[in-house]
Design a protein around this ligand. Structure first.
Ligand code: PLP
Length: 392
């Protein structure tokens, strides 16, 4: 972690050390759209990249830049850039790295928005898209070996928390000269650092754990400098730029990232373990449980298993409705990774556009509940689930 030995210190200080002005101990929010120069020579030098500075906030901004630097340091990347949302980070990355006639291999279980890029927008650009069974690493290796420009992974996946072996698949991708992109939104650099496992670019929805308070949207991409420079160029021209106020909010949220993730990890593990012993629960999906089919890989590549889990109930969707309506300490809402617990049924949220059969094919039970454990007291969360399940 360059000059930082610990992620807790990096979360607080990285990217910000030399930027405080007038004795302030917080960064200012530079709302300025443009940056002026009285010295024409200096202006041209900055514009041509010969001198550090800012020209126009669609490109770079002095509040946004420290956030990019913080994630660069925390993930151990050479360069980082930022976006208005997580989907902007993902789409801009894929649109930069892929051209008509080229091929991308990805896992099937990507976030719904990412999946739409693969099935709707990339084919329209004449990109050949190959989506593989997320848990069949042999099949992914076989497809990668046929040749591709990009291997796109997400782990753990949404909503059934599948685990993908990043190191193994990155080796296969590099053997054919492909670039490896990993969506690390669920894990964050506290629980998993894909660049150390062979990934070339890591993408984030900063809307989730990085900001952590469900009050701002953003996206980040971090990794190899040659690739991030190209992705930055695509973003600065096409314009999905992060607002300085949002950058400030994410920077502020990230100062407590390590503390929050520790509690998310604790609550995720406690709730998953408790649910797995409950008579009304059919199945629990959580990579920290020894019964998870890829628990060994999760142990190898993650330092914590996170606050995301899902569970299915014995019985039909009416049981799901009863449990959700009776939970007190959980917002019934989309999204995840916030200080407050968030729950929702994939059947009517993230996977509402699929038919029952398609959900079954994707391994998503109709009675599945996705649970993003917040940082509340774990005993309170379990007591709340207990009373809600008793009514179902
Ligand atoms: N990646 C994952 C894993 C997500 O869960 C999400 C959103 O839920 C995104 C990307 C997209 O992020 P955003 O909503 O910030 O565009």
């Amino acid at each position: 972690m360059s000059d930082f030995n610990t992620s807790s210190t990096a979360a607080v200080w990285a990217g910000e050390e030399n930027l405080f002005a007038e004795g302030a101990i917080c960064l200012p929010v530079f709302n300025s759209v443009t940056f002026g120069y009285d010295d024409m020579g200096e202006w041209f030098d900055v514009a041509l990249g010969r001198k550090k500075g800012h020209i126009y906030s669609r490109n770079t901004n002095p509040t946004v830049r420290p956030l990019e630097e913080k994630i660069r340091i925390m993930d151990g990347g050479e360069e980082a850039t930022s976006f208005s949302t997580g989907m902007a980070a993902i789409s801009n990355t894929l649109f930069t790295l892929l051209a008509p006639g080229e091929r991308v291999v990805a896992v099937k279980d990507t976030y719904g928005g990412s999946n739409k890029i693969f099935i709707e927008f990339l084919p329209r650009m004449q990109v050949d898209v190959c989506l593989c069974d997320t848990s069949d690493f042999d099949a992914i290796e076989r497809e990668v070996a046929k040749g591709c420009k990009v291997l796109y992974l997400e782990t753990p996946t949404n909503p059934t928390l599948k685990i993908v072996d990043i190191e193994r698949l990155a080796k296969a991708a590099h053997a054919v000269g492909a670039v490896v992109v990993v969506d690390n939104t669920f894990a964050t650099p506290i629980n998993q650092r894909p660049l150390t496992l062979g990934a070339d670019v890591v993408v984030y929805s900063a809307t989730k754990y990085l900001n952590g308070h469900s009050d701002v949207m953003g996206g980040l991409a971090v990794g190899r400098k040659d690739l991030i420079d190209r992705i930055f160029h695509y973003r600065e021209i096409t314009g999905a730029t992060l607002h300085p106020h949002s950058a400030y909010m994410i920077l502020r949220g990230m100062k407590t990232l390590e503390l929050r993730i520790k509690r998310h990890n604790e609550n995720g593990m406690r709730v998953a373990t408790w649910l797995s012993q409950h008579p009304k629960v059919d199945k629990v999906f959580y990579p920290g449980l020894e019964t998870h089919p890829n628990h060994d890989i999760a142990r190898k590549q993650m330092t914590g298993f996170g606050g995301m889990l899902s569970f299915s109930l014995k019985g039909g969707f009416d049981k799901v409705v009863t449990v959700l309506e009776n939970l007190k300490y959980a917002h019934k809402a989309a999204s995840l990774g916030s200080v407050g617990t968030l729950v929702g049924p994939p059947r009517t949220t993230s996977h509402v556009e699929l038919s029952e059969q398609e959900r079954a094919n994707a391994g998503i039970p109709e009675s599945l509940i996705r649970y993003s454990a917040g940082i509340e007291d774990g005993d309170d969360l379990i007591a709340d689930l207990e009373q809600a399940l008793a009514k179902a």
